[in-house]
Design a protein around this ligand. Structure first.
Ligand code: LLP
Length: 444
């Protein structure tokens, strides 16, 4: 009962649970997360990378990037599947710890972590703190000095100059953006990346564990990963020549692209793992260095396809376009507050009427939300049955990543629940917000 079940009657169930039962039991809109599917994706990534890297003689750890979506249950699932967890804030860190993920299996990211977040990470004994600036290196070392205890394990986030990913806002390794320390150096000077690593080595309160590179998100062209991996290994060899320190670990980040629309093809974990392993092995042998231990940080590829959003259609309105065509505006009971990605990135999604058969001719439709702005679009263009009507259930696939995790309360809408389905049963992972929850924050 994994995934979405289709019959001659269209989509009828998810994870073995009838879509009408989901809507009746949990209300709409609701995020529905297929537990078996998520676990299989987590394991597929772990196995693919372990196998391919073992073949070239290197170890690898897979960190689930919690920013894509994190709840206590999800952190526990990925932990049970042998993954570690990458967190990007004190909030994500707290959720992973509550799930029982050992501190040593956690990483903390961020370009502007607060002192509280850094101290929480030290208290939890996180396996690595990924530092992003010279200011942070000093701040962290000072905190460790005041607090006592072992040196903090640190990775330096570098910018390889590789431009990859689905949208400018989610590309992270070109020069003109806020993340990382550049590999590019002026003639005769150290690059910011080298300067940062020397700064870490100069502080006894820090242990330089390795180098981190994340090039972007929703990447469908795998060549960027290989270019970035080579650049990082070259930097590692250069540092070893300079200082005698050959760092133990290299993280290649996340960003593995998924299919959002019918006919799109996701990156294949086996393919990419093999290609990247071959390319790091070749680079290390050219450089004459031993391979480090590797890690990767997929988020979207684990949770994205495992989730869908279930809405109820409220109104249907034909609108005549300038060219004479008619577009049917289908309004659902959520919108940009539960999925900001179309408005923010121009992201494309698919939609289907589920739980009933229609033989009506399809019409050109646009699925919109209930917010007070016209950019509140869930699906720009999709063919829906011509008899689409109020009360229909509408599913938008592949919303598991960066849906609930980027949800807002715009127009003071309460955020939808996350409901897990497995073996024909459903359970709430994150409950629906209520207006009382919202009022409770208001001090009047
Ligand atoms: N590691 C680091 C350091 C990252 O910055 C990210 C994503 C990941 C891992 C996970 O990337 P993934 O495998 O999920 O692509 N809100 C945007 C995506 C922002 C990604 C930011 N960093 C979206 O909805 O497309």
């Amino acid at each position: 009962s994994r995934g979405v079940a289709r019959s001659s009657e269209g989509v009828v169930s998810v994870g073995g649970v009838d879509v009408h039962a989901l809507a009746a039991g949990h209300g709409t809109p609701a995020y529905v997360l297929d537990e078996a599917d998520l676990r299989e994706r987590a394991t597929a990534y772990r196995r693919a990378f372990e196998t391919a890297f073992a073949e070239v003689g290197a170890g690898v750890d897979v960190y689930y990037a919690g920013k894509a979506f994190l709840s206590v249950a999800v952190a526990r699932w990925v932990h049970e599947e042998g993954l570690r967890v990458d967190t990007a804030s004190g909030g994500e860190l707290a959720v992973a710890l509550r799930a029982g993920v050992p501190g040593a299996h956690l990483g903390l990211h961020g370009n502007n972590k607060s002192d509280d977040e850094l101290v929480a990470a030290l208290d939890a004994g996180v396996g690595r703190i990924i530092v992003d600036s010279l200011v942070e290196i000093d701040r962290l070392a000072d905190l460790v000095k005041r607090r006592g205890g072992d040196p903090a394990p640190v990775m330096v986030r570098v910018t390889t100059g590789v431009h990859a990913g689905g949208h400018e806002y989610i590309s992270t390794a070109h020069e003109d953006q806020k993340f990382g320390l550049s590999l590019a150096a002026d003639e005769g000077a150290d690059s910011p990346a080298v300067t940062a690593m020397l700064a870490v080595l100069a502080r006894p309160e820090l242990h330089l564990l390795g180098i981190h590179s994340h090039i972007g998100s929703q990447i469908l062209d795998p060549s960027g990963f290989e270019v970035a991996a080579r650049a990082v290994l070259t930097l590692r060899a250069h540092l070893a020549e300079r200082t005698g320190v050959l760092v133990d670990e290299v993280d290649l980040g996340g960003g593995y692209g998924i299919a959002y629309l019918p006919g799109e093809v996701a990156l294949d974990p086996d393919r990419i793992a093999k290609d990247v392993a071959a390319s790091v092995a070749a680079a290390a042998s050219e450089l004459g260095t031993a391979l480090p231990r590797f890690s990767i940080e997929p988020g979207r590829a684990i949770v994205g396809p495992a989730g869908l959003t279930l809405y109820t259609v409220g109104t249907v309105k034909p609108v005549r376009l300038d060219d004479g065509r008619v577009r049917t505006y289908v309004s659902v009971d959520g919108g940009m507050s539960d999925n900001i990605r179309p408005a923010l990135y121009g992201a494309q999604y698919h939609a289907e009427i589920v739980g009933r058969v229609s033989t009506a001719e399809p019409v050109l439709a646009r699925v919109v939300g209930k917010h007070c702005e016209s950019g509140d679009i869930v699906v720009h263009e999709v063919r829906l049955p011509g008899d689409v009507r109020a009360g229909d259930l509408l599913a938008v696939p592949a919303t598991g990543a960066y849906g609930r995790s980027m949800a807002s309360n715009y127009n003071l809408l309460a955020r939808p629940p996350v409901v897990a389905v497995r073996d024909g049963a459903s359970r709430v992972l994150v409950r629906r917000e209520t207006v009382d929850d919202l009022l409770a924050l208001d001090e009047g």
